[in-house]
Design a binder for this molecule. Structure first.
Ligand SMILES: [Zn+2]
Length: 365
């Protein structure tokens, strides 16, 4: 097993192209072709976590928060980042981070919180735009189904909870093969051909664009495959920030806060004034989510569960929603389970361990 096998499995689930522009997810320390003895999963990399990795025979650490976030100009042990990088290199430990790309996945960080709170009917709170393309292609009638199957197999045609979505319209294609061409229909230098074809339309998420085009070119019988790929400004229900879902039963506000505190193992829940109505719709955002408060209000959520709220930001609730800050670490503490599930599903017998340490730098007195 090499580092790149593990990272490919994680990136198939959470492609790096969906990380935010300020982020630095991906391979942080190490070589893609190094052999992996075992993977230790953690929210943050600390020196203690590296010691644990060494003790437990893991030479790869997979984390949520990148340890290298901004540029490193020297590695001289002046701060914890430099010491961690130095120690990892010295001990041949690979560090890999999947941060906002994992936050932005439908089945990512927020789905895990939703699962712990028992939310159903979950939806992304702020779906991303510009992550989808429309592919148009034209196949002769006899090959249309084969081409369509290949596009579906490569991941095209997925809309929300539906797969194999396409639109197919019969029509007539024309072409004239010039000298030197190798046409499937007609002959080089011959007359114009009029062929019964099917125009196939499918949606393609951007991270699958190359794979889908490769599948199209392989399955299509023509030497030149006519196709158009159009970027779409549509919202993508599979990718974006935050999540909103429904509780199985409406709850009294204080009962909800008690459940939240227990399920998320929160030392304290800092919240805005209660509104005197039952909680049914819950918006969540693992990590710092204050930028989503208006999305939560517009989604009709009764409460917004997130972290890293500052004093003045609590005023944004304006009596329309209850903001509940449970702490950054607490909100993302179950993220490691996602990495564990991804790696174990792909490599069932491989050594994947969850760190035994809480890396939360915040303590409650
Ligand atoms: Zn975080």
């Amino acid at each position: 097993m090499q580092v790149k096998d593990i990272t490919a499995a994680i990136e198939a689930f959470a492609p790096l192209m969906y990380q935010e522009s300020y982020d630095n997810s991906g391979l942080q320390v190490g070589n893609a072709t190094d052999e992996v003895t075992g993977v230790l999963i953690t929210l943050d990399v600390t020196e203690q976590v590296l010691d644990e990795a060494i003790e437990r025979g893991c030479n790869m650490v997979v984390c949520h928060h990148p340890v290298i976030f901004s540029g490193l100009k020297r590695i001289t042990g002046r701060n914890y980042v430099e010491r961690i990088v130095h120690k990892a290199i010295k001990n041949d430990i690979t560090i890999y981070a999947a941060h906002t790309n994992l936050d932005n996945m439908y089945a990512g960080v927020n789905a895990k919180i939703a699962e712990k709170l028992g939310l159903t009917d979950i939806k992304i709170l702020a779906p991303k735009t510009d992550t989808l393309c429309k592919l148009y292609t034209y196949a002769p009638m006899a090959s249309a189904q084969h081409v369509l199957e290949a596009l579906f197999a490569a991941g095209a045609g997925h809309i929300g909870k539906y797969e194999e979505c396409s639109f197919n319209a019969p029509g007539t294609g024309t072409f004239r093969a010039q000298t030197g061409a190798n046409p499937t229909i007609g002959e080089a230098g011959g007359p114009r051909e009029w062929v019964d074809e099917v125009k196939i339309e499918v949606l393609v998420p951007k991270h699958l664009q190359t794979a889908v085009l490769r599948a199209l070119f392989k399955a299509h019988p023509y030497e030149e495959v006519a196709h158009e790929l159009m970027p779409l400004p549509n919202l993508n229900q599979q990718i974006g920030a935050g999540m909103v879902g429904i509780l199985p039963q409406p709850m009294e506000e204080t009962d909800f806060l008690a459940m939240l505190k227990k399920e998320m193992k929160a030392g304290v829940v800092r919240h805005t004034a209660l509104n005197g109505k039952k909680i049914e719709k819950v918006a969540i955002c693992g990590g710092s989510g204050s930028f989503l408060v208006n999305d939560a209000i517009n989604a009709g959520a009764d409460v917004f569960v997130t972290s890293d709220y500052k004093y003045h930001q609590f005023f944004d609730a304006e009596g329309k929603i209850i903001i509940a800050d449970i702490g950054h670490y607490e909100s993302e503490q179950y993220t490691g389970e996602i990495f564990e599930e991804i790696i174990k599903e792909k490599f069932p017998t491989f050594a994947v361990l969850l760190s035994n340490y809480s890396t939360n730098p915040v303590k409650y007195f």
